[in-house]
Design a protein around this ligand. Structure first.
Ligand code: GCV
Length: 647
């Protein structure tokens, strides 16, 4: 059985002529050939000609393109093959959306790096994977087949230019893709992705040289260690010249790192960066560094502070080929968190943002949760690092624009696996599509992106567009309403991170506590508490310091408050919790009804798949509502002021 090919269905019509009239076009180039093939097979050109020109305006840079309608058809111009292929995919999209009449599009991607991170293990499992198994690995070997090619094409069509293929938790020798025996297949995969303008990256085990008896250490200041990496990278790049570089999770959740040798994160990252520099490789160094052996009785340590505390003072110490990869929030991909205070506060350091579309904490691709509105909020967030009134958004920080940095970008932990539809839940594909589009052009709105995806996936039926758009746009707020309230996060079953368990992490070592008693809930993170609020730039620090100026949706993240505290909404904390949980469930009922109304308008298989998941989501949202509301009712014995049933 062939898997569904998502939004870029192959067209049977074809038939247009595609010619290159520009002598400078290297027609032999694999990339151009790909672009040509894409156009021929994907859109009915009906005799229109497409002219590819490599003499685009300089301002298009390496990846931009200009696309215009001409009397004979279309012209795509760019300064590079990569630009041409983006132009070709853009033309496919515009044609499918019926936007080609007055076509004139000039686009330069806003983020230098637009990446997906796979958490795939070489045994074929995927950490936090909810769409089947890995399609990159099976039984400790690399798989390359038709599906791999389709994936490269899919990602290129969305403008991705980087991919990390293996889990950041690189455990055991079998997982070492940098081993000699793996390199020929890595090279094949890398060449395949490179033909679509996507550079391959590998996750590294920082402690790899420890296993070499002649080195026996991973101390970044030990010359033998540095020499080991240099030799290793020489070997790797000899075999895989197109490799983009490496992603490193160090000193985090049991992974080794420079701290074991009394060195800091810059010393660790720079040692690798220097070893890979002559190959023009990048070291992408994660800031997800925190103490995961915390004693829950310890009231001083605050996990939210960790990344800032470990990295902030190292600004200016990282080499130019190091990029710090920072999770969007200070904790871990919760449905709502403040933006990480590191963004914008390290002007002399390359930064990129890490999102997660895998929905680990947002329904695991069994619940619909269209995350693009959330990502938009994060990217548009003003870090206030230039002071009040001078915009300094996260989006301008990570694109490198704000501090004129050459490297930076945006990545997401992916939601793809070997399920027939790639993403498990059909509607989760909107997150993959949306993330790619947003990474290319963060100015697009979540709604625009949703509309594009719906039309490319389900066609132009107005009712389908309207209902699916409503479902998608309601889904993230709904998920927030029926799960953990007011920025508190977690309340999930430990390990699986799925389903309600209000005290699941309360007495654990992971540093994610809500500290609910019968009187109050939340963590005091202002100056009188852990001081986290004060880590933000001036105006934000003052805003988060006091509950009166903290937005409701984050209030329990920053403050410990009594249940009868009155929010900006006019409701008490406890009444907000009750109301939002009831509302969340009725939102899901509405989403399910909107989908059911599409029977007959959507292909029956797709209709059934989504219906089954929405039916399940309705039940599971009820479970969330009742467990959370009852938990608070039992703690507080405060009744719902609307008299609804609590258990
Ligand atoms: C890959 C969370 C997840 C882990 C993940 C980790 C990370 O803790 O639960 O599965 O590990 O984040 O981002 O490194």
């Amino acid at each position: 059985m062939k898997y569904t090919s998502l939004w870029l269905h192959q067209s049977a019509e074809g038939g247009g002529a595609l010619v290159s009239t520009d002598a400078s076009v290297p027609t032999a180039s694999a990339v151009i050939e790909n672009a040509v093939r894409e156009l021929e097979t994907a859109v009915p050109l009906k005799g229109e000609q497409v002219r590819l020109s490599l003499s685009g305006e300089q301002s298009l840079g390496v990846e931009g393109y200009a696309l215009t309608k001409t009397a004979e058809g279309y012209t795509i111009s760019a300064c590079s093959e990569q630009g041409l292929i983006y132009g070709a995919f853009s033309l496919i999209r515009q044609k499918r959306l019926g936007l080609t009449e007055e076509l004139s599009v000039t686009e330069v991607p806003k983020n230098p790096l637009r990446m997906l991170n796979h958490w795939d293990n070489m045994d074929g499992s995927i950490e936090r994977g909810y769409a089947g198994e890995s399609f990159f690995f099976e039984k400790d070997t690399i798989v390359i087949n038709e599906r791999t090619k389709d994936y490269a094409r899919l990602l290129c069509s969305l403008g991705f230019n980087g991919i990390v293929i293996n889990n950041v938790n690189v455990k055991g020798e079998a997982c070492r893709l940098i081993d000699e025996k793996q390199l020929p297949r890595v090279a094949e995969l890398s060449a395949l992705f490179a033909s679509y303008g996507i550079r391959l990256y590998l996750s590294l085990n920082y402690a790899a040289p420890v296993e070499d008896a002649s080195v026996g250490s991973a101390d970044p200041l030990n010359e033998k260690v540095a020499a080991w990496w240099e030799k290793k990278f020489n070997e790797v790049y000899r075999a895989v010249p197109t490799l983009g570089g490496f992603l490193v999770k160090a000193d985090s959740e049991g992974r080794p790192g420079p701290f074991s040798y009394g060195r800091d994160q810059a010393e660790g990252a720079n040692m690798l960066a220097r070893a890979v520099k002559k190959h023009e490789g990048l070291i992408i160094w994660r800031c997800f560094v925190y103490n995961c052996q915390q004693d829950w009785r310890d009231l001083k340590t605050d996990r939210a502070r960790s990344a800032y505390d470990y990295f902030h003072d190292l600004d200016g110490r990282f080499d130019d080929n190091v990029i710090l990869q920072i999770k969007n929030g200070p904790m871990d991909f919760q449905v709502r968190e403040p933006v990480s205070p590191l963004f914008g506060q390290m002007p002399k350091t390359n930064q990129m943002i890490e999102f997660q579309i895998a929905q680990e904490y947002t329904g695991q691709q069994r619940h619909v949760c269209y995350l693009i509105p959330w990502f938009k909020e994060v990217l548009e967030f003003d870090t206030c690092v230039l002071g009040e009134g001078k915009e300094a958004t996260v989006r301008d920080v990570v694109s490198g624009r704000l501090f004129s940095r050459a490297a930076g970008g945006i990545c997401a932990v992916t939601n793809t696996g070997n399920d027939m539809n790639w993403t498990g839940h059909d509607l989760a594909a909107a997150n993959l599509y949306g993330f790619g589009r947003l990474a290319f052009d963060p100015a697009l709105s979540a709604e625009e992106i949703a509309t594009e995806w719906i039309r490319l996936t389900y066609g132009d039926d107005e009712k389908v567009i309207e209902n699916v758009k409503k479902i998608l746009m309601m889904s993230w707020p709904a998920y927030e309403k029926y799960t953990a309230p007011l920025g508190i996060g977690w309340m999930v079953v430990p390990n699986t991170h799925y389903g309600p368990d209000p005290d699941g992490y309360e007495y654990s070592r992971w540093g994610t506590y809500h500290k609910a008693t019968c009187r109050e809930i939340g963590v005091e993170r202002n100056a009188g508490g852990t001081g986290y609020a004060g880590l933000y730039a001036g105006p934000l620090a003052s805003r988060f310091e006091k509950p009166e100026t903290t937005p409701d949706e984050l209030i329990l993240f920053f403050h410990r408050l009594p249940y009868d505290y009155v929010l900006h909404s006019g409701k008490t904390v406890i009444q907000h919790i009750y109301d939002s949980h009831f509302e969340g469930v009725s939102d899901v009922d509405e989403m399910a009804a909107l989908w059911e109304a599409l029977e007959g308008a959507v292909e029956p298989g797709a209709f059934r798949r989504v219906k089954e998941r929405l039916d399940y989501q309705r039940e599971h949202a009820r479970e969330w509502r009742d467990v959370i509301n009852s938990y608070f009712y039992r703690k507080t014995l405060i009744a719902d002021d609307r008299g609804r049933e609590l258990y």
